[in-house]
Every structure is written in structure tokens, then in C-alpha cells.
Design a binder for this molecule. Structure first.
Ligand code: RP5
Length: 174
């Protein structure tokens, strides 16, 4: 434990977003989250920790991550998909859940599992496999206390709007 951890302070340049997935098989889907956070210049870290297979490690990781200044957790899981809810039960930092495809309902099962948190322990849930929106939501949360990041998020949004406007389908000048 270092001084910054003791103080619970944010170390300059230290990761602010933790992406936690339940399995290595989730990693390809979550590349869009790391890419989006990189585009926005937001420090992040990635861990593979299953809520079911490694619950004690998950406990230790959350406590350590909070101490190092992690401010938002993005948690992705498929099947029973308890990971986001378990993380939310152990931290008051915002938790964004990403349901992943797979299982008998191809992601609908994970979506329902993640979105139906009991009152008192919220998880902000994005669409099935929508790692990009998870990263953007994390960015918007962090941007509320960071004007420079707020400007980068707004510019990112503008680029998306411009790309839609520039779509050749819209070439009639509307
Ligand atoms: C969940 O079970 C993981 O998040 C993953 O989406 C799913 C399948 O995991 P593996 O069997 O591929 O490890 O816990």
C-alpha cells in the first residue's frame, strides 16, 4: 500500500476506470471499451475476475482499486452475469454493466440478470455487447468534474453526428 492508497486519493495519471470481465472469452467484445477510453484519453485497467470462480480475489481487487483512485467500474459478463451486481454490492462508485451474448437466450438472460438489481444497489446497464456505450457513459460520469474531459466527450459526440451527416445516403443535402 502506498501513500496515495492510504489517503484514498487519485494518483495523477493513474487509471480512473476499471473494466472487469468474468472470463477471457469476454475480452474481444470489450475491446471497443478500451479503444473508446483510449480515444478520450481516460486511463483504464482491465481484469479478468469471475464473481463465481474467484469471489475472494474480486473482493480484494475492488478494495484495492478504490484505494488507487478507480472512480467507475465497467463490469461485463454473460450467462448468470452476476459480476456487475456483485461489484455494485461492494462499492459506492458507479458500476456500468455490460450484458454479453451467449447462453440459451444469447444475451437476453445476462441483460435481465444485470438490469434487475434490487432497490438500493444500482447498476447502470447498457445494451447487450455495447462496450462502446459503457465507455462513453463512464466518460460522461468522469467529465462532470473534469471540464477538459467534458470538452473531449462533446467533441467525440460531434464527430459521431458529423459522420452520420456525411453518410452518402444523406447526400441530398438535407
Ligand atoms: C460468464 O460466463 C463470463 O462472463 C462469460 O461471458 C461466460 C462464459 O465464460 P467461459 O465459460 O467462456 O469462461 O461468467
Amino acid at each position: 500500500m502506498n501513500a496515495a492508497t492510504d489517503a484514498g486519493a487519485t494518483v495523477p495519471g493513474s487509471p480512473r476506470v476499471a473494466i472487469v470481465v468474468g472470463s477471457r472469452s469476454d475480452l474481444p467484445t470489450m475491446e471497443a471499451a478500451t479503444q473508446t477510453l483510449d480515444e478520450l484519453g481516460i486511463g483504464h485497467e482491465l481484469r479478468v475476475i469471475s464473481a463465481h470462480r474467484a469471489p475472494d480475489l474480486l473482493d480484494r481487487y475492488i478494495a484495492d482499486a478504490e484505494g488507487r483512485g478507480i472512480t467507475v467500474f465497467i463490469a461485463a459478463a454473460g450467462l448468470a452475469a452476476h459480476l456487475p451486481g456483485v461489484i455494485a454490492s461492494k462499492t459506492t462508485r458507479p458500476v456500468i454493466g455490460v450484458p454479453l451474448k451467449g447462453g440459451v437466450s444469447d444475451g437476453l438472460d445476462a441483460l435481465l440478470s444485470i438490469v434487475q438489481m434490487p432497490k438500493g444497489v444500482p447498476v447502470a446497464t447498457v445494451g447487450v455487447g455495447n462496450a462502446t456505450n459503457a465507455a462513453l457513459l463512464a466518460a460522461q460520469i468522469l467529465a462532470q468534474a473534469d471540464p477538459e474531459l467534458r470538452a473531449r466527450v462533446a467533441e467525440h459526440r460531434s464527430r459521431g453526428a458529423q459522420a452520420a451527416a456525411d453518410d452518402p445516403t444523406n447526400a441530398d443535402g438535407v
